[in-house]
Write a protein that binds this ligand. Sequence first.
Ligand code: AMP
Length: 236
Amino acid sequence: MDLSKKVRLRVGTNKIKFTMKILIMGPPGAGKGTIAEMLQKDLGVMHLSSGDILREAVKENNPLGLEAKAYMEKGVLVPDSIIIKLMKEKLNEDNFVLDGFPRNLAQVKQLEDEDIKVDAVLNLKVSEKTIVSRISGRRICTKCGKIYHLQNMSPKKDAICDNCGNKLYQREDDKPDTIKERLKTYKEQTEELIKYYSDKGILNNIDADGNKEAIYAKITGLQWIKKRKSKLRARS
Ligand code: AMP
């Protein structure tokens, strides 16, 4: 894919503005959050995770978060009206990596009604075996949100975050029964977006069974990411 076709050019008085709006797709445990963090560090684009935004809203006792909580605990999607209200205010940036949103066609339409179109989609493909292993070993920092894995990315001190020294926890919805429900929800409601974005010609399938460095190397090997990186470098 040629980035120059995907990056929207907006010509101002004498300024050319590039946008880089990436959507990361994949079932729970595909590594969306980990890869989005790597893109954020590498490209300087903002990581917008709908799951993190919802968990934050629950923690803050925000009314929308409290409404969402019961759905999240069951592993089903929260109503579109809630997630759209929470996401809308974060989507003013020109460059971002969306992780977990949009998650059905109704959300895509809402996004497009706001004139927000993603430039490229990364579809992380993983086997069921990898999903179960990644989710059951996943631990997250209670404070900074850094993601660990008991076997593959363990913290230096048991159950303590290397970054900020706070405790790690296991997400309630990472427990076996809820994982099954989340996978079912993904198959029934989110997978149809793959065809939608494929028809638009902006879908990139990435084999995401390996370790994070190998997966990231496949992503940065994509022609449009390479071009984007050199444009960002030229601007700074
Ligand atoms: P995640 O961290 O992306 O796995 O999301 C955790 C949970 O938050 C999901 O199981 C849903 O209940 C909810 N959620 C996250 N993103 C969305 C979304 N775009 N639409 C509806 N529900 C969402």
